[in-house]
Design a protein around this ligand. Structure first.
Ligand code: KPL
Length: 300
């Protein structure tokens, strides 16, 4: 397949290297155009992939079968909107980021759009990417034109297993949103690794009960206990992780809070619901973000 990977951060480089090694015709797409992007990954088994791969080739983009978007949520709509007129109508777009709501920001289009969520963990170590932990990527259609694209799951699974196809991906996206509504703001505010959150069960119950209420209104019935159990499992399985939001705060970067807790609050408001605990956490993270963005550091 011909594939363009938009966003060459840790996850983008991981996909680029795996798809390339699987024989696909891949390129990266960087915000500042460059003819090549360096991909340097140390895999979970210690092996290394280090290579320069083509990037920002307009002809490659025009004939791509898949645009794989691995940008941060707040970068997605502007970057994808700029590329939409350059894509073939059949080119599928797969959005892989934390949080929800980016698709609502895209201009009207008829591209087949899919969304996904992954538990693969990768992080920067200088210019090298460390693939910290294997995981599962769940993908599914979010536009009617993408409903027939289940074969994509197999293609991606061959490159970076596991990949699972869901006819209704929103249920999986909401469960991941619940995880991110708990782990991301709490680790950012307590300045701790994910595992430390096992000491805050009451606060986690509060967040989960608010998320479960909104999920029910959105048609995804779940219980607070079920959600909390799932969140606790993720806290244990990622105990040593520094969450992406805490990494963003440490690096004084814009966070994904608007697409995580912010999205939850927007959906709640549309149902006339108030979520005091999530609203409080949203404000606290925003305040932290404003501390460095006010003085011009870390602006998008
Ligand atoms: O998705 C994550 C993140 O850090 O953004 C979790 C699941 C919380 C793992 O750290």
């Amino acid at each position: 397949m011909k594939i363009t990977v938009l966003g060459c951060g840790a996850l983008g480089q991981l996909w680029l290297s795996r798809l390339y090694q699987q024989g696909h015709d891949v390129q990266g797409w960087l915000r500042v155009p460059q003819p090549f992007c360096t991909v340097d990954i140390i895999e979970t088994d210690g092996s290394r992939f280090s290579q320069s791969l083509p990037s920002n080739d307009a002809e490659h983009l025009r004939s791509s079968d898949l645009l794989l978007v691995t940008l941060k949520a707040w970068q997605v709509s502007d970057a994808v909107a700029a590329l939409l007129p350059k894509l073939s109508p059949a080119c599928a777009i797969l959005l892989l980021h934390n949080g929800m709501g980016t698709q609502d920001e895209l201009p009207a289009n008829t591209q087949p759009i899919l969304q996904g969520t992954t538990t693969h963990a990768a992080r920067h170590d200088g210019h090298t990417i460390i693939h910290v932990a294997d995981g599962t990527t769940h993908i599914g259609p979010t536009s009617p034109a993408a409903e027939a694209l289940s074969h994509l799951a197999e293609v991606l699974h061959q490159a970076l297993p596991d990949v699972a196809w869901h006819n209704t991906i929103t249920a999986a996206l909401w469960r991941k949103l619940a995880v991110n509504c708990v782990i991301n703001p709490l680790t950012a505010l307590y300045d701790c690794r994910n595992g430390e959150l096992r000491h805050y069960p009451e606060q986690i119950t509060l967040i989960c009960s608010e998320v479960a209420g909104v999920m029910a209104m959105e048609g995804h019935h779940t219980t607070c206990e079920g959600l909390q159990q799932y969140v606790m499992q993720v806290i244990e399985s990622t105990a040593d992780n520094v969450s992406s939001m805490l990494q963003d705060i440490h690096a004084q970067r814009h966070t994904e809070i608007d697409y995580i807790t912010g999205y939850l609050l927007r959906r709640a408001r549309s149902h006339g619901m108030m979520l005091p605990e999530n609203a409080r956490l949203f404000d606290l993270v925003k305040r932290k973000e404003n501390e460095y963005e006010r003085i011009g550091v870390g602006l998008p």
